[in-house]
Structure formats: structure tokens, C-alpha cells
Ligand binder design. Structure first.
Ligand SMILES: Nc1ncnc2c1ncn2[C@@H]1O[C@H](COP(=O)(O)OP(=O)(O)O)[C@@H](O)[C@H]1O
Ligand SMILES: [Mg+2]
Length: 254
């Protein structure tokens, strides 16, 4: 494994709630190397979003350790993109993407960087468009661009394509694959879609949640689309995840 992007060791997150403590996950170990794309799968409520928020520094582990190399200038090490684009409706695409640069810590990045990035991401034609003129898929690309412009060492995507129709979703998956190699991104992609996880990830990790952490991972980086091993991984994932997530995953320990 190359240089570490981040590592969680023995991580647990326990929320306080009026009805008592809620354990999102426990005994969670995950190491992600720089330049790697890890797909994170798991049933609803298993703590996927919680884990991303913690890695992004928006929340803290209750137990265990998170090791994220800090940027020397204090900028956030990770950028998060959610299911909804949350663009500011009164700003055009260029201005929305440039928003990340307004923060003091990011002032070193020139605004020509925004246009260059829009070009690289295939969004240049939309630079002057307003959010209301964008399709769902376009808006989501802009949301990802807005995060990438700050050059985060780590890009955390929380079900970024979940709200899109299947065709748009497919286009954006291919787009993400392309820009990932162009920009040498390190990505954690949360998804419910087994095929998306396999298509985009170098590794697929299954999070069980509750009193468990990550219970299995598949290394699929070297597998071609028509590789039999990819079919095997897909069948295993579908068997253990899609049909009856909690019961099935329980029996699966990597
Ligand atoms: N702020 C919070 N306070 C209390 N419980 C929370 C909070 N956020 C999440 N949880 C609980 O933690 C668990 C994991 O939630 P979440 O990370 O959103 O799961 P996922 O993204 O995998 O669906 C759930 O049981 C959820 O109800
Ligand atoms: Mg979630």
C-alpha cells in the first residue's frame, strides 16, 4: 500500500439519544491509500455517513483513532459531497464552483483555476448557467467540482448519484472514473448500488454497523469488467448484502 490517505483503527461511534446510547459502529478498521478509490457499502443506518463526517473532521470518534495527515496550511484534508447538490441558486456555475476559494485558507488558488477545472471536468459550456437551468446530473457534477477546486487530498462522496435516473447515473459514474485518473483523486464513495461500487472502486468495503465495523472487503482494482472474479465478487455481495443485509452480512467475516 502506498502513502496513507487516512486510517481508522478500532473506531467506534456512540451517539447519546433520549432513549439511550445508539452505537453506529464499533471495532471499525479501515486504511485508505492515496490515489485509491474505496466503495463503501452497507445497509441503511450502519454508519456510512457518520464515518464520512468523522473522516472529514465534522464529528469525532467515541473510541479508537483516526489518522488523517493534515495539510500544512490548515485547510480541511477532506471534502464531502452529498446526495443533493446544494448549489446557491443566485450564483452561476462558475461562481458556485468558485465558492470554495472564498475561504481565507484557499486564497492561494487563483480564480483562473476555476475555469481550468471546469474545462477539465467537461463543464466549461455550463460556466455561465444558473442552477435552475441545470439537470440533476449537471448539478451534481458542479457540486463535485465545487469540492474538487479546493484540491482536497481526500474526496468523500455520500451517495452522490442516488437521486439520479439510471442513465444519468451511468454517465456520471463514467465521468467520475475519468476525472479520478485525470486528477489522481483519493475517494471514498458511499453507495447502495453494488454495481456502482464494483465499477468505481479499487476496493469494496462492507460496513455492518451496530456492534460491528467493516466485515469484508473485496480487492477489485485489477479486475476487468468481464473478469470471472468480478462476477464472483458481485454474486457474493448481492447474496450477502442485497437480499437480507443484516442477517447475511453477519455470517461474513473477511
Ligand atoms: N446526530 C445523531 N444523533 C443520534 N443518532 C444518530 C445521529 N446521526 C446518526 N445517528 C444514528 O447512527 C446510525 C448511523 O447513521 P448514519 O451514519 O446516517 O447511517 P447510514 O449513512 O449508513 O445510513 C443510525 O442508527 C442513526 O440513527
Ligand atoms: Mg447515509
Amino acid at each position: 500500500m502506498g502513502t496513507l490517505a487516512f486510517a481508522v483503527t478500532g473506531g467506534a461511534k456512540i451517539y447519546d439519544s433520549p432513549s439511550g446510547p445508539i452505537t453506529a459502529f464499533r471495532d471499525l478498521d479501515l486504511e485508505v491509500a492515496r490515489g485509491e478509490v474505496v466503495s463503501l457499502l452497507g445497509p441503511s443506518g450502519c454508519g456510512k455517513s457518520t464515518l464520512l463526517r468523522i473522516v472529514a473532521g465534522l464529528d469525532h470518534l467515541s473510541e479508537g483513532e483516526l489518522d488523517v495527515p493534515k495539510r500544512p496550511d490548515g485547510r480541511a484534508a477532506a471534502g464531502i459531497v452529498f446526495q443533493d447538490a446544494h448549489l446557491l441558486p443566485w450564483l452561476d456555475v462558475r461562481e458556485n464552483v468558485g465558492l470554495g476559494l472564498r475561504y481565507r485558507a484557499n486564497r492561494g488558488i487563483g480564480s483562473s483555476e476555476v475555469d481550468r477545472l471546469l474545462e477539465v471536468l467537461g463543464l466549461a459550456a455550463l460556466a455561465d448557467a444558473m442552477p435552475r437551468e441545470l439537470s440533476g446530473g449537471q448539478a451534481q457534477r458542479v457540486a463535485i467540482a465545487r469540492t474538487i477546486v479546493t484540491a482536497p487530498p481526500l474526496l468523500l462522496l455520500d451517495e452522490p448519484f442516488a437521486a439520479l435516473d439510471p442513465l444519468t447515473r451511468r454517465t456520471l459514474q463514467d465521468w467520475l472514473r475519468d476525472i479520478r485518473s485525470l486528477l489522481d483523486l483519493t475517494v471514498v464513495l458511499v453507495t447502495h448500488d453494488v454495481d456502482e461500487a464494483l465499477h468505481l472502486g479499487d476496493r469494496v468495503a462492507l460496513l455492518r454497523g451496530g456492534d460491528r465495523g467493516i466485515t469484508a472487503t473485496w480487492d477489485v482494482a485489477e479486475l476487468d469488467r468481464d473478469d470471472a472474479a468480478l462476477g464472483d465478487a458481485r454474486r457474493e455481495l448481492l447474496d450477502r448484502y442485497a437480499t437480507d443485509p443484516l442477517a447475511q452480512i453477519d455470517g461474513l467475516v473477511a
